[in-house]
Design a protein around this ligand. Sequence first.
Ligand code: BES
Ligand code: MN
Ligand code: ZN
Length: 490
Amino acid sequence: MQIRFADKRPAGDYALVLPVAGKDRSNLSAVGAAQAKVSAALDRQRFEGDASSASEQFIDDGGSVRRLLVVGTGGASSPGEVAEKLGGTAAARLQTSGENKAVIDLTGLGYDADAAARVGLAAALRSWRYDRYRTKLKDNQKQTLEEIVIVGGNSGAAKRYELRWAPVVEGVALTRELVTEPANVIYPETFVERVRTAIKGSGLEVEVLDRAAMEKLGMGALLGVAQGSTREGRLLILKWNGGGKGGQPVAFVGKGVTFDTGGISIKPAAGMEAMKWDMGGAGAVVGAMKTLALRKAKANIVGICGLVENMPSGSAQRPGDVVTTMSGQTVEVINTDAEGRLVLADAITYVQRNFKPSAIIDLATLTGAILVSLGHEWAGLFSNNEDLAGKLQQAAEESGDKVWRMPLGEAFDRLIDSPIADMKNVGPREGGSITAAQFIQRFVENGVKWAHIDMAGKAWSDKASATYDKGATGFGVRLLDQYVAEVLER
Ligand code: BES
Ligand code: MN
Ligand code: ZN
């Protein structure tokens, strides 16, 4: 989707999008002589102007027929939310309408540069779709909208979009693509190749560890998960040094289980196909790294993805196996389906040994239990540091990638003690997301700030929103981008 900004409406064919805030319809004066009829039609449709509602009409515009989309913007709580609901609703409604071009007219509505730019951001995000495997799409199901022109916003909007939000659109698109692709296409090796292609020329440095390299480092936990698959595991490391020499980086660590069958502790058949998106944390990390590189963020960041496929086979690890992690700590693998924490353990040790990060933020589709706690509304946030947690909560609020703080503590930690090894990989059913977080915390070295985001309920959505359609959401990219902008670039 092409997003452009202009002072005035262009000549020629386009669908006109007009925002209307609740009962205040003064903005309809933009349609000139048609105003009274449009307003009467809105009454007949019982249109109330609520955010994300829309009414489609056709008006006589100087003798030709023009499509008019009135979009409600009433009742949203912040200018950013108003802007995103407007842009997203417009894009969703017009995407396959037959129109090639839409004009969203903000004239006289007082949008500042960021709000106007965020209309464009949401429109671009909401327009993303992946039709690669659909060879039989009917003509009227195909995307027709190619260009959205945002008119009459603040004159700084175009720059703001280009510098801040266009890179986010690119990063989110990469994440969604990786999450959407099936596991016969994206497995550890091809994940790496797809990322290499997608970040070419961005200035990101790439390093990849294969099985032999990880064996040398003693990554017994990650390799234990990988050993049941014919696809070898990988550790992918992306580096962005925009903050100058010597500054300690912040590390983003992603769970990249390209398919999670559960292993020998195999999952039930129903719904197992969802486990192609068990690499959503890794997807978010690479999407965020791409965004940060494209917008040349003034910060030092290292992004690490632990990539494995969790399969049952004659070579798979068994319940009861004891593995030695890169940290030297041993783990009794009670349940081979609690694999994400094993992968993260070695990835986190690796990043601490090699990069001395000042803070670690890991993202993972880690537990079904977080869905029981928080549904699909929030990801769970766990942290050993109040300041880091607070900043992430603020970034979540501003980006719309919502997180809810969850507790940690000694009593939970004790639940993963093992009679034969240093720890076991699962606790009891109760508090399952918390004991998973406690497990990861055992690999965080003294004094390192750490936050863990359990996004099992957020990587994929069965419902559309203002910024995504059903399917891969791209959760995490905006959160990390916002965190870097608000905290590390000041
Ligand atoms: N990838 C799953 C978690 C998950 C479940 C993500 C549902 C999205 C939707 C994870 O590897 C897993 O299997 N966790 C187990 C842990 C249990 C064995 C302690 C779970 O949540 O059931
Ligand atoms: Mn699992
Ligand atoms: Zn998993």
